[in-house]
Design a binder for this molecule. Structure first.
Ligand code: GRF
Length: 194
């Protein structure tokens, strides 16, 4: 299964996929990492593992042209699955229509909860205010322009403890993300080969 990973920043989820492919626990191959940020650490991770990478820069005011450009770049790698792993740009149908049933996103919240950025901090604040007892992580398909919502592939609850600092919760969430993304991809590889 050919994977293209889109990442704007640190790329710890990318690293989890790299590690799973290298160890053979995931039967897939990252054919490219694509970023909208030329200083993303994710690009450094790609280089360290000899993975092809591209940077697509585009103005935020012209979303259609950025998305069209991105679709061309990603399409050249003929991905079976495109993974949004901390990709901080809104994707429009100018991109998504090229990859039906192929784009997946990891979001640090349970289905239907906390769409958008800073979901971990918002969950932490809600816990502190007595409005929630836990949060979670989901991996879902991205069929359209809905933000952090789409058919769920898998999700996991993450507890929040009274003794947690935000950093503690972030660490637990990221560890869960790294596992859940591989669980989702494993499921997709099985569907791909059957
Ligand atoms: C993760 O929390 C992911 O769920 C969210 O953006 C963050 C990316 O982290 N969409 P990283 O760049 O993979 O370390």
């Amino acid at each position: 299964m050919r994977l293209v990973v889109l990442a704007s920043g640190n790329g710890s989820n990318l690293q989890a996929v790299i590690d799973a492919c290298q160890s053979g626990s995931l039967n897939a191959h990252i054919v490219a990492v694509v970023s909208d940020n030329d200083s993303a650490f994710a690009l450094h991770r790609a280089a360290q593992h000899n993975i092809d990478s591209r940077v697509v820069i585009g103005s935020r005011s012209n979303r259609a042209s950025f998305n069209t450009k991105l679709a061309t770049v990603v399409g050249e790698f003929q991905p079976d699955i495109v993974i949004l792993a901390g990709f901080m740009r809104l994707l429009t149908m100018d991109f998504l229509a090229h990859f039906p049933q192929r784009v997946i996103n990891i979001h640090p919240a349970l289905p239907g909860e906390l769409p958008g950025t800073n979901a971990i901090a918002r969950a932490f604040d809600e816990f502190a205010a007595g409005k929630r007892t836990h949060t979670g992580v989901m991996v879902h398909f991205v069929p359209d322009e809905g933000i952090d919502n789409g058919p769920v592939i898998t999700s996991a609850i993450v507890p929040i403890y009274p003794s947690d600092s935000l950093a503690d919760l972030q660490q637990r969430m990221h560890a869960t993300e790294h596992q859940l993304l591989i669980t989702a991809l494993t499921q997709l590889t099985k569907e791909h080969t059957s």
